[in-house]
Design a protein around this ligand. Sequence first.
Ligand SMILES: *Cc1c(COP(=O)(O)O)cnc(C)c1O
Length: 423
Amino acid sequence: MTKSEALFERAVKRIPGGVNSPVRAYGAIGEAPRFIDRADGCHIYDVDGNCYIDYIDSWGPMILGHNFPEIRESVVKACEKGLSFGCATEIEVEMAEFICENIPHIHMIRMVNSGTEAVMSAVRAARGFTGKNKIIKFAGCYHGHSDAMLVSAGSGVMTSGVPDSAGVPKGCTEDTMTAVYNDLQSVRLLMEQAQGQVAAVIVEPVGANMGVVAPKEGFLEGLRHLCDEYQALLIFDEVITGFRLAFGGAAEYFKVKPDLVTYGKIIGAGMPVGAYGGKKEIMEMVSPVGKVYQAGTLSGNPIAMAAGLTQLKYLRSHPEVYVRLEEKGDTLYTGMKDILKEKGLRYQLNHIASLGSLFFTEQEVTDYTSAKTSDTEAFAAYFKAMLKMGIHLAPSQFEAMFLSNAHTDDVIEETLEAVKKYF
Ligand SMILES: *Cc1c(COP(=O)(O)O)cnc(C)c1O
């Protein structure tokens, strides 16, 4: 038995499923998950001493690679002053100023502790600001695990959400409508049916939780127009895309202005941080200025802020990181495409910048329904073989590959060799 297997045996007795977040359990794979001991750059090491090239990157935060020296040092330095005060600190002001000064559509921002919290709070602010209750989300987009966002994704448009989880009362999802990603007509239909009662449309500007699905040309602009036409707010959930596609996230990349933005992942550089921000008049609805209540004992925690701000400042002062990430993405993903073509396989490879997904389907993947045509057993076999060859992919067909700036050309080449060997 490996150390990972032994740990998993102990873990399942005391932690539901042995893990503190479901996808880590390798449920779709049918093996014990690897327990990780440490990571450095683009490599991750498990407790049995195996080394892998890591394409999970903690699900995105490690855009500069694991254990980045400047970030680690900023955390150690902050720790020396104490872990938390529950009082206002200078670094929170610096963080807020830095983001607002560098991202034009964000005038005010509030720190929270996760992406889930950011979305939950942004939706509440949108409802408080507009005085309306309905929310439109898209099938296949993930916005964390707050009650209102946990609606089951059917194959079509749904005017009233059905809970996708036990423990979520129907009342909590009744005001969540579900549209089809990349289908503006489905949004217009829901806007009409809601008769002016839509507070906000929330979207992952690049879908990255059904595998990677980029917006079709005009989709995000179309959402902007529809929101203006029906006086609803547009919320970009940039928990993955923020500071990844560009410093200003998908909004900058696609030049579409949302009213509110949610962040997570990269903003904390591996510490538990989320944030939501946007137009001043909306953010001024939030307590203690306004009547939308939202709070957090550890929000804006000084250690987390030190890590996050160091990463953001590094990204801002090294714009070449984004150029390199595009290049690396191109090399890896077009390389994979070429291999598939060479082998006569018609599996779909979607990618944009540093994000990519190999779907085990021959259908073009543009939304949740087409993503679902993937052969998940074929994915599991591929995942296991890649892991054996030292490549650490997300253990699910419906998660993205995350490239970091620490992935070198050699490492990408090594990955392509493994892909070639497998197919
Ligand atoms: C990860 C994710 C979330 C949830 O963030 P947590 O920090 O896991 O709560 C929300 N939205 C998107 C787009 C995400 O990828």
